[in-house]
Design a protein around this ligand. Structure first.
Ligand code: IVH
Length: 669
């Protein structure tokens, strides 16, 4: 292949990876591989300048923003960082800078953790947070102000003094490992695909169209940079910038350090590498910054993309090589077929890996993974190990290409492939594979919490034809169980009791256990609180479901569809006859702080949307009305409140602000 051909191929691969990553939040290749492709392309273009093209991915950052959110043009471009993968590369970085300005060797360095999240640009005018945006392509991002406002650490008004009149604060929005695991567990339980890593989860959460969803995700923020647009910043070093950010009330990542020279930086890097694994969030390196700010302007930016004054010292990802023995296909509760690799067990980052997900057949084909291949497995800060690709040079011809089965591996029904999806589904709702997964989910601890009912037992009950669906569980009796293998009198009685005990669970738990598509634990609680009873939810219109704060149109459609399906209605009726609880204890508020009150909302509230404020009032027992009259008990007024406020004052109706509303509806201790 000629260099020009290889460069063209690399550009195609990188563009594709960019779109998957930036637009779809669904990366197709691990970061380490992306970095490798990018570097190879840059090297070819450097060696053969005649083949560099203006539209090469080396000339721009990321891809175009998705269209659903409003675009935002950054006042100053959002830059990326060059990488250094070793001490030698770090020294080369300093040498290059020193050739431009010898002072760089004497001013010292600041090091910061490189948080692995989604970059954000926060515009502050007069000390107030006015606009927030994602990076997008570095010049134009997506406006996500409402979503960013939901992040508790983000100050809406800066504290302290010395804020430049207009500035952009740059930072990283991230997921803690814990919040990430919780989110993924919830998504998997709801039949939604899990996020591959906390970074993608953060990016996806930021780009939600409904800020309530963002809020429920518990994102964190760390700030690390200021671009002054108007006014001045009282800081002479990067270290002081971080101090200043902290003084203004912005969260700054822990473990920052200051070093007199590069040798000290290199020593610190070794310490960071072990420390970073213990952090409660993901970090993928250390950012080394020249401390002295005047040197930043002096050194400038490479290719409009990377500042010379900072570099990301990345740690080598943990890689292991092993044999891919077999590719099996799993059938999920929703019928989704997922191929996964059975690996010869191998040590990676302190754990033994014997399997890895392969996502779907397109990815398998794209990476050219074959059964019998030697493959590289990576865990680059990623929670789930990934198969990076095959070692083609180790093939002996015995490797076999994988084809996704045309029939469900469990029930043999021909599989479906929806036109706009890469995933294949078993369409058979009675597929034993799907039923098994569904019943195990129903009984799981997070759902109905039926002790002693895991995969083994459920499979045994299905095989013995004692159950076909979850309702059958409640008709089991101890005698029939004892007749089975591995059941004794006591264990049979225990299981029957555990099943009976689960009848008392609240509606929200039952809704979650039923495994309605997109209904995770959080959504189940929102629905149960709002509708109170199964019957009310069953009969609710799609619009009414859509209006529940935290529930979007996709969820509303799925829930509505669930109850329009005869099978599901029969199942729910049977469960009710069998004595399962169909109500939510916390739902009807008869003794809330606003019980019996009619409340009017007017003007723009500083942090709550109208829907959120309405939900708060209703959850506190109140009723929200659109117009002020003598019957109005209370008016909640924000800025630009017009005639309603005037009328309330004229009628002598009490008026409160958002802060007071929040105080009144706060749960009593
Ligand atoms: S400085 C002009 N500092 O890494 C500012 N970036 O790969 C250049 N990142 O786009 C970035 N932690 O989103 C900087 N302490 C840190 C960082 C950091 C994470 C992200 C940032 C940047 C990306 C570059």
């Amino acid at each position: 292949m000629s260099p020009a051909e290889r460069a063209a191929e690399l550009r195609r691969l990188i563009d594709r990876a960019n779109i998957a990553y930036y637009v779809h939040d669904a990366p197709e290749i691990p970061d380490a591989e992306y970095d490798r492709l990018f570097r190879e392309l840059r090297e070819i273009e450097a060696a053969h300048p005649e083949i560099a093209t203006p539209d090469s991915p080396t000339q721009r950052i990321g891809a175009e923003p998705a269209t659903a959110l409003r675009k935002h043009t950054h006042l100053r471009p959002m830059l990326s960082l060059a990488n250094a993968f070793s001490d030698v590369e770090l020294a080369a970085w300093e040498d290059r800078n020193a050739r431009l300005n010898a002072d760089v060797r004497h001013g010292g360095y600041t090091t910061e953790i490189k948080i692995d999240g989604a970059a954000v640009n926060l515009t502050y005018a007069g000390g107030r947070f006015v606009t927030g945006a994602t990076r997008g392509n570095g010049t134009v991002g997506e406006e996500v102000t409402a979503n960013l406002r939901t992040i508790p650490g983000l100050p809406l008004i800066l504290q302290g003094q010395g804020h430049p009149g207009l500035m952009e604060i740059r930072g990283e929005v991230y997921f803690s490992r814990k919040a990430f695991e919780r989110l993924n567990a919830d998504r998997e339980a709801a039949g939604d695909p899990p996020f591959a890593n906390p970074r993608n989860a953060a990016a996806g959460s930021l780009r939600q169209l409904d800020a309530r969803i963002t809020r429920s995700r518990r994102l964190g923020l760390f700030a690390f940079h200021v671009e002054v647009v108007e006014g001045t910043l009282k800081a002479a070093t990067q270290w002081e910038v971080l101090d200043q950010l902290e003084a203004w009330g912005l969260p700054v990542a822990p473990h920052r350090a200051r070093h007199p020279d590069l040798a000290a930086v290199q020593q610190a890097v070794a310490r960071y590498e072990t420390m970073i694994r213990t952090l409660p969030f993901e970090a993928d390196g250390v950012v080394v910054k020249i401390d002295t700010l005047p040197l930043h302007d002096d050194l400038g930016v490479v290719g409009g993309r990377e500042p010379r004054w900072a570099v990301a010292r990345k740690f080598a990802p943990e890689v292991a090589v092993t044999r891919l023995l077999e590719i099996r296909v799993n059938v999920g509760r929703t019928g989704a077929l997922t191929p996964w690799a059975v690996l010869e067990p191998v040590e990676l980052g302190g754990v033994t890996i014997s399997s890895a997900t392969l996502h779907n057949d397109e990815i398998i084909a794209q990476k050219d993974i074959r059964i019998g291949d030697w493959v590289e497995i990576v865990r680059a800060g990623e929670v789930i190990p990934q198969v990076m690709g095959p070692l083609r040079e180790r093939r002996d011809g015995s490797e076999v290409e994988f084809a996704m089965p045309e029939e469900c591996p469990v029930c043999g029904t021909p599989v479906d492939r929806p036109a706009d999806e890469v995933v294949r589904y078993c369409p058979n709702v009675s597929c034993p594979g799907r039923i098994l997964e569904g019943i195990v989910h129903f009984a799981s601890r997070e759902a109905m919490d039926i002790r002693g009912l895991g995969y083994e037992r459920v499979r045994q009950l299905l095989d013995a034809k004692l159950i076909r669906d979850v309702a059958d569980l409640y008709e089991l009796d101890a005698e029939r169980l004892i007749a089975l293998e591995r059941f004794a009198e006591q264990s049979a009685a225990q299981l029957v009791k555990s099943i009976a005990d689960s009848k008392a669970r609240p509606l929200s738990t039952l809704l979650f256990g039923l495994g309605i598509h997109h209904v995770g634990k959080t959504v189940a609680v929102l629905l149960a609180r709002r509708f109170g009873t199964m019957a009310a939810l069953r009969d609710a219109s799609e619009e009414a479901i859509n209006e529940v704060p935290g529930v979007g149109p996709v969820i509303a459609a799925a829930v509505h569809h669930f109850f329009r399906t005869a099978r599901n209605r029969h199942l729910v009726e049977r469960l009710e006859r069998l004595g399962l609880g169909m109500t939510e204890p916390d739902a009807t508020v008869t003794d809330g702080p606003f019980t019996g009150m009619t409340v009017v909302l007017t003007g723009t509230l500083p942090t709550l949307s109208r829907t959120e404020a309405t939900a708060l009032v209703e959850r506190a027992g109140g009723h929200v009305s659109g117009s002020v009259s003598k019957k109005t008990s209370l008016v909640v007024a924000g800025s630009d409140a017009g005639s309603k406020l005037e009328k309330a004052t004229a009628l002598g109706v009490p008026v409160i602000d958002e802060a007071e509303l929040l105080r009144r509806v706060a749960p009593r201790p």
